[in-house]
Design a protein around this ligand. Structure first.
Ligand SMILES: Nc1ncnc2c1ncn2[C@@H]1O[C@H](COP(=O)(O)OP(=O)(O)OP(=O)(O)O)[C@@H](O)[C@H]1O
Ligand code: SF4
Ligand SMILES: [Mg+2]
Length: 323
C-alpha cells in the first residue's frame, strides 16, 4: 500500500503570554516531535483526551496552522515547503469533516450549494457536471434528491453531518480528516454515521485520519491507532494489537473505559481511573509527561523522557517499563 501521508518529527508550538517580564516568551508545544503515516485506503485513528494535540496535528497536516519543525509529505510532496499556489491545491486534496455539523455549515445556504461550494472554488468543471456530482454525492451519503433545496436548520444532526461528509467528498480528496465527526451526535446516530464513513471508504477507497477522544468510537473504524498524550504519541499499533494488548499505562486506562461486547470479559472488566490532572503544557516536567498520574512511575520516569520504541511486530510504546 502506498503512503498518502507521511508526517515526520512534526512539532507545532504556540507562543503564549505568561508573567515573568514583558520580553519573556513562553511556548506551548501542542504537537511535539510526532511521526506517523497513513496508507492509501486505510484509517489511522489518533486518540487522546482533550488538549492532547490531536486537532493541532490535523490542522498542521493541511497547513492550517504553522508548524515549527518537521516534515509533512502528501503523496511524497513536502507540503510545508510549498508556496501559495501549491497550497491552494493542497486544500483541495485534504478535506475535513468537523465535529459540529451545526456550526460548520452556512445557515443561509441551501444544502445543494454547501456541497457544491468546494467544486466552485477549486475545480474547472462545467455547471452540468457539477450538478451531476452533487446529485451523486447526495445519494452516496443517503440523502434524498429533494433535500438539496433545504437549509441546514431543516435537517437533523445526523443528516447535517451527512451534508458535511458529502461536501468533504466533492473534490475527491486524497486524504479526509475526520475530527471528532460523531461526538456531537446521539449514540444511535453515531453508529449510522460511522457505518456510512466505512461504507464510503470501501466504495471509493478513501483514506482517513480519524480523530477521537474515545477509543470506543475508533474500535470499529480504524486499521491503526496512535494514542496521544500532551503533544506526544505514547503508543501506536494495529487496532487488534492495541485493543488486545495495550501496553502504555495511559492506553490501558483509556481502554478500561470502553465497554466490551463480550459478556465474560465485561464481567471481569475493571475501570482504571487516571488520578490527577495533566501537567501545565507550558511548563512541562522533566521525564515522562504521564509520570504524575501513572500508578507504576519510578524515579527514572521523572528524569528521562521515554522514547517511542517498536517491538518485533511494529507495535510502538513510549514507556520505560514496557519491554
Ligand atoms: N491557537 C492556539 N494558541 C495557543 N494554544 C493553542 C492554540 N490551539 C491549541 N492550543 C493548545 O494546544 C493544545 C492542544 O490543543 P488541541 O486543540 O490540538 O487538542 P485536542 O487534542 O484536539 O483537544 P480536544 O479533544 O479538546 O479537541 C492545548 O493545550 C490547547 O490549549
Ligand atoms: S515511563 Fe514511567 S511514568 Fe511514563 S508511563 Fe511508563 S511507567 Fe508511567
Ligand atoms: Mg480537537
Amino acid at each position: 500500500m502506498s503512503e498518502v501521508l507521511n508526517v515526520k518529527n512534526l512539532t507545532v508550538r504556540f507562543e503564549v503570554k505568561r508573567g515573568g517580564g514583558w520580553n519573556k516568551k513562553s511556548y506551548l508545544y501542542a504537537v511535539d516531535d510526532v511521526s506517523f503515516t497513513v496508507k492509501k485506503g486505510e484509517t489511522l485513528a489518533i486518540v487522546g483526551e482533550s488538549g492532547s494535540g490531536k486537532t493541532t496535528a490535523a490542522l498542521a497536516v493541511a497547513r492550517l496552522v504553522q508548524s515549527h519543525s518537521g516534515k509533512v509529505e502528501l503523496q511524497g510532496q513536502d507540503i510545508l515547503q510549498e508556496g501559495s499556489e501549491a497550497l491552494r491545491q493542497i486544500r483541495q486534496r485534504v478535506q475535513f469533516i468537523f465535529q459540529d455539523p451545526y456550526s460548520s455549515l452556512n445557515p443561509r445556504k441551501r444544502a445543494e450549494s454547501i456541497v457544491r461550494e468546494p467544486l466552485d472554488n477549486l475545480s474547472k468543471k462545467t455547471e452540468k457536471k457539477k450538478t451531476e456530482i452533487v446529485a451523486d454525492l447526495f445519494e452516496a451519503v443517503g440523502l434524498r434528491p429533494e433535500q438539496q433545496r433545504l437549509f441546514p436548520h431543516q435537517f437533523s444532526g445526523g443528516q447535517r453531518q451527512r451534508i458535511g461528509i458529502a461536501r468533504a467528498l466533492a473534490t475527491q480528496p486524497e486524504l479526509i480528516i475526520c475530527d471528532e465527526p460523531v461526538s456531537a451526535l446521539d449514540v444511535a446516530v453515531q453508529a449510522q454515521i460511522l457505518n456510512l464513513l466505512r461504507k464510503l471508504q470501501k466504495d471509493f477507497g478513501l483514506t482517513y485520519l480519524f480523530i477521537s477522544h474515545d477509543l470506543g468510537v475508533v474500535q470499529h473504524m480504524s486499521d491503526r491507532i496512535a494514542v496521544m498524550y500532551m503533544g506526544k504519541i505514547v503508543e501506536h499499533g494495529d487496532r487488534l494489537s492495541l485493543f488486545s494488548n495495550p501496553r502504555h499505562p495511559y492506553t490501558q486506562a483509556l481502554l478500561s473505559a470502553v465497554p466490551t461486547i463480550d459478556r465474560k470479559k465485561r464481567a471481569k472488566q475493571k475501570r482504571i481511573l487516571i488520578p490527577g490532572e495533566p501537567p501545565d503544557p507550558v511548563n512541562l516536567p522533566a521525564g515522562c509527561r504521564f509520570a504524575n498520574r501513572c500508578a507504576i512511575a519510578q524515579d527514572i520516569c521523572r528524569s528521562a523522557d521515554p522514547i517511542l520504541k517498536p517491538d518485533i511486530t511494529g507495535h510502538e510504546t513510549a514507556c520505560h517499563f514496557v519491554e
